[in-house]
Design a protein around this ligand. Structure first.
Ligand code: 3UK
Length: 560
């Protein structure tokens, strides 16, 4: 299959075939032609299907139809090629909050045969430098409001030759260049297996990992989970919090609505309060956000009930059964849980409202197969905890990275999660394989203790880690954020300890409890347990096993 890439950087750095996972294309909807451009498929084809005048994307005071988005994307594609010298295969960094312009830039890169490298808005120059270096990024399109850190990074990265800003009224701005270019564009005829995005993992230490995904992969995720689990309609209005740099957001807030002719609301900031406002103002029907956000939003159950919202998707981290119950009780809506990963692009185990089971993520999404394996990669019987292994039309390809051999073994993607599968084929999340606490010989999954604590009415949020202990190796320590109106202190700590003992096997109770005003989270909403551990080791927050030492005044140092 002839690549359209003139710049072969990505193709040259694919993992060798023997180190890639096995890919499955059994479903009829996964039969892709050899030539495929996902930008053309999702955007130009939408017009061809007669959706040109349908509302496509809203946000930041804008209201674009499919035809509007196409015209913007085409003009930007011209600027990329004509003014910025892009050739197919070049990497283009995108930096902006979720906005219609960011969506247009993303499509422009697809159409021009480039490779999009979307980045989290909160990243600083140092992190941007690491991404630019790793991806040898030559071009960037950036929201003027976020330009400073990118300019600082650019000074340290000679490889980044071309930077244009949008929301920029100056003659040098992207908008001025777009105005001089036509609203039609001849899409680059890419191969289905040309890389079109580099998605960086939300990894925490060391050199960032870039996952490579093809035009085909983008279309595959539109066919699998949305087609079989979410099953949205053209009248749906999508909204949510994940940034488009997080593939959860790229799929949920851009690709999936567009694959069915629906519309999407792109919020620049999406705190629970802003989500609530957005749901009301835009009449949203489908919400994508993380479990903690649902916990907070549940306090506004009546407002949600009075709104148009009807489908709610949770991903990014494990959904505690308590949160599922809380949301159902507050809003009447059953959450759709789904586990996805940057390496697999989107969700591969999930269950819709009618099949949801508390405490289980769901079953393998059609197109994927999943199993639980032991340390040697052998499948274990139902009911046994082991490592989650997945195969499907998408899978892990790290750009030039030895860690490929950890994620992909024997043709299976190993996500780093400990799971058990029950007799019914439902997968039950236990922990990250490295979040298993071993205390006095017992294996204790941190999320299970968190789940128990969350059932107590005083607990707003919590994070559980193992901390070193001479006698037991490790002990379970809980960091707890209380709801307003509850007092921190040894008495509350004892109450919570007793509560956990009544809820799960007593040996799992947190022998140490500290209180905090907030917990460290990634921009993608994931609890950073390792940072709780670091703060704890540094003696910052409520150290020791005596809850009396759980001093509220020290907590802020644990928070981000
Ligand atoms: C964890 C979950 C239990 C799990 C993602 C949807 O989160 C996404 O990608 P990341 O690369 O992280 C992957 C890891 O996150 N996780 C995600 N969802 C769940 N654990 N239940 C869940 N529902 O440890 C996984 O290995 O940041 C999620 C779609 C696209 C994504 N990239």
């Amino acid at each position: 299959m002839a690549s359209a890439h003139i710049d072969t950087f990505a193709r040259d750095r694919l993992p060798p075939v023997a180190m890639q996972p096995e890919f499955l294309f059994e479903l009829p909807e996964l039969q892709f032609p050899e030539r495929l451009n996902c930008g053309a498929e999702l955007l130009d084809r939408a017009i061809a299907r007669g959706w040109g005048d349908r509302l496509c994307v809203r946000g930041a005071g804008l209201r674009w139809t499919y035809a509007d988005l196409l015209a913007h994307a085409n003009r930007i594609a011209h600027v990329l090629v004509g003014d910025m010298g892009l050739v197919p295969g070049n990497r283009v960094l995108l930096r902006a909050p979720n906005t219609p312009m960011l969506a247009a830039c993303w499509f422009a890169v697809m159409k021009a045969g480039g490779i999009a490298v979307a980045t989290m808005p909160l990243l600083r120059a140092k992190e941007l430098v690491a991404i630019i270096d790793k991806g040898q990024v030559s071009h960037a399109l950036c929201d003027l409001r976020l330009a400073d850190e990118l300019q600082a990074a650019a000074r340290a990265c000679p490889v980044l030759r071309q930077v244009r800003c949008f929301n920029d009224p100056s003659p040098q701005g992207l908008e001025a260049a777009m105005a001089a270019r036509p609203a039609t564009f001849d899409n680059i005829d890419t191969a289905a297996d040309d890389t079109c995005i580099l998605a960086f993992t939300s990894g925490t230490t060391g050199v960032p990992k870039a996952t490579m995904h093809f035009h085909r992969d983008v279309m595959a995720i539109c066919a699998c989970w949305p087609g079989h689990v979410l099953r949205p309609s053209a009248d749906d209005v999508f909204i949510g919090s994940p940034p488009m740099a997080f593939t959860f957001g790229l799929g949920g807030l851009l690709l999936f609505p567009m694959a069915v002719g629906a519309s999407t609301v792109l919020l620049e900031k999406a705190s629970p309060a802003q989500l609530l406002e957005g749901i009301r103002d835009y009449g949203a029907t489908v919400l994508f956000t993380a479990p903690t956000s649902y916990r907070t939003l549940a306090a506004h159950g009546d407002a949600i009930r009075a709104s148009t919202l009807r489908r709610c998707v949770s991903a990014g981290e494990a959904l505690p059964a308590a949160t599922r119950a809380l949301w159902k009780q507050a809003t009447g809506i059953e959450l759709i849980d789904g586990i996805g990963a940057t390496e697999l692009l989107h969700i591969f185990i999930s269950a819709d409202e009618s099949r949801a089971r508390p405490g289980a993520t769901g079953t393998a999404v059609p197109g994927y197969r999943a199993r639980v394996v032991d340390a040697e990669g052998r499948p274990v019987p139902p009911g046994t905890v082991g490592r989650l292994a997945v195969q499907g039309p998408t899978g892990c390809r790290y750009l030039d990275d030895a860690r490929q051999a950890q994620y992909v073994q024997n043709g299976w993607n190993l996500t780093g999660d400990a799971y058990l599968m029950d007799e019914g084929g439902y997968f039950h999340y236990q922990s990250r394989t490295d979040d298993m606490i071993v205390s006095a010989g017992y294996n204790i999954a941190a999320p299970e203790v968190e789940e128990a604590l969350l059932q107590h009415p005083a607990v707003a949020e919590c994070g559980v880690i193992g901390v070193p202990d001479e006698e037991r190796g490790q002990i379970v320590k809980a960091f707890v954020v209380l709801r307003p109106g509850h007092a921190e202190g040894p008495e509350m700590a004892r109450t919570l300890q007793e509560f956990v003992k009544q809820t799960v096997a007593p040996y799992k109770y947190p022998r140490a409890v500290a209180f905090a005003s907030s917990l460290p989270r990634t921009e993608t909403g994931k609890l950073q347990r390792f940072r709780l551990g670091q703060a704890d080791a540094a003696g910052i927050a409520g150290a020791g096993t005596d809850p009396r030492e759980a001093t509220p005044s020290t907590d802020r140092k644990v928070a981000p």
